[in-house]
Write a protein that binds this ligand. Structure first.
Ligand SMILES: Cc1ncc(COP(=O)(O)O)c(C=O)c1O
Length: 371
């Protein structure tokens, strides 16, 4: 008879674009015995998860909860609820995940306009203003922290422009939430989603979403039914909101984990957490400079949570990543799409963002590169 051994994974140091490392307290929380998804204890936990999500998103939005599924589930929820067939949609395309927003919008029948900028650069408010003057849109979609390129997109001015044109602003916060400020209410972001496996320091599996009053108004006046049953925000709200009507069975253990991950952020403090991410990123960039390695993105728009590094001439990017994994148990990643073979991607997110991990990575990199 075939035998199957006990699961025995290596203790990897996860410094890629995600998943990032999970705090032991989150793992412990996830090992708690299950309660039912309508158990009063779970209902109380749902309230706390929503409160803590509002704290991290920095919003008062009532419609704030985790979608069951990874970051792409949040993305699909955002698109399917706010795009009806024929709706004009403007997607700001400068990386891999904005391409995914285009693909999803097209699948739900959007009249899509792509505003393109080279990978590794960001959009100016004038870019968006000119695009909306040329063709108005119902929704403008943009990625705040592009995990494929390492850019941080400033949003404050863009938000004003989008609203002056009467459009909704939909923002991908997958690689920003919990690592850098997203300030939903201050920036007046209408719809935002994220993922648990990056700066929130939990395993992949939930996708927090938040929807503001302006967007809710649009949702409530849809002409057509939301074509996805599972991702219909109004139906999911009936479970996470006051009614607590069964929609689908919540992933209980993941919700335990998310609550603990959020509780850790609450205890650390938002500004302390953002400073830790920024300071550790700067410490890493200093170390890279000493190794003669260069980040792709100029400092002004460089993301602290994910750094893209130019692969030096003649170095096999894949071989280096593989050696780091095999010999040092450290995971980093190569480039996607236009950046394939040209960059490494290093994530310093959540529990992964520590000086110890950075020193280890720099030491291992220097050996592997023979520096
Ligand atoms: C910016 C961004 N958006 C969306 C996603 C999709 O998330 P997931 O892979 O969890 O479905 C990712 C994943 O890396 C991402 O980095």
């Amino acid at each position: 008879m075939k035998t199957y051994k006990d699961l025995n994974t290596s203790p990897r140091i996860l410094l890629g674009p995600g998943p990032s490392m999970v705090h032991p307290r989150v793992l412990r929380a996830m090992a708690h015995p299950l309660v039912g998804h309508l158990d009063p204890q779970f209902v109380n936990l749902m309230n706390e998860v929503q409160e803590l999500l509002r704290f991290v998103f920095e919003t008062e939005n009532k419609m704030t909860f985790p979608i069951s599924g990874t970051g792409s589930a949040g993305m699909e929820t955002a698109v399917v609820n706010f795009v009806e067939p024929g709706d004009p949609v403007l997607v700001c395309v400068n990386g891999y995940f904005s391409e995914r927003l285009c693909e999803m919008s097209l699948r739900y029948g959007a009249d899509l306009t792509r505003l393109e900028r080279p990978w590794g650069t960001v959009f100016t408010p004038e870019d968006i203003d000119n695009a909306l003057k040329a063709k108005p849109a119902k929704v403008v979609m943009i990625v705040m922290a592009e995990t494929s390129t390492g850019t941080l997109q400033p949003l404050e001015e863009i938000s004003k422009i989008v609203h002056s044109h009467g459009a909704l602003l939909l923002v991908d916060c997958v690689t920003s939430l919990g690592g850098i400020p997203v300030e939903i209410d201050k920036t007046e972001i209408d719809i935002a989603y994220s993922g648990t496996q990056k700066c929130l320091g939990c395993p992949p599996g939930l996708s927090p979403i938040t929807v503001g009053a302006r967007a809710l108004e649009v949702l409530n006046h849809r002409k057509t039914k939301v074509p996805s049953w599972y991702f219909d925000l109004t139906a999911i709200q009936n479970y996470w909101g006051d009614e607590r009507t069964y929609h689908h069975t919540a992933p209980i253990s993941m919700c335990y984990g998310l609550r603990e991950g959020l509780r850790l952020i609450y205890e650390e403090g938002l500004s302390e957490r953002f400073s830790r991410h920024q300071e550790n990123a700067e410490f890493f960039w200093d170390g890279l400079a000493k190794l003669g390695l260069e980040p792709v993105v100029p400092l002004e728009f460089r993301l602290p949570t994910l750094t893209t590094i130019t692969v030096p001439e003649g170095v096999d990017a894949g071989k280096v990543s593989r050696q780091l994994l095999d010999e040092y148990n450290i995971e980093i990643a190569g480039g996607l799409g236009a950046f394939k073979g040209k960059v490494w991607r290093v994530g310093l997110m959540g529990y992964s963002s520590s000086k110890e991990n950075i020193v280890l990575l720099l030491a291992a990199l220097s050996r592997v590169l023979g520096k």
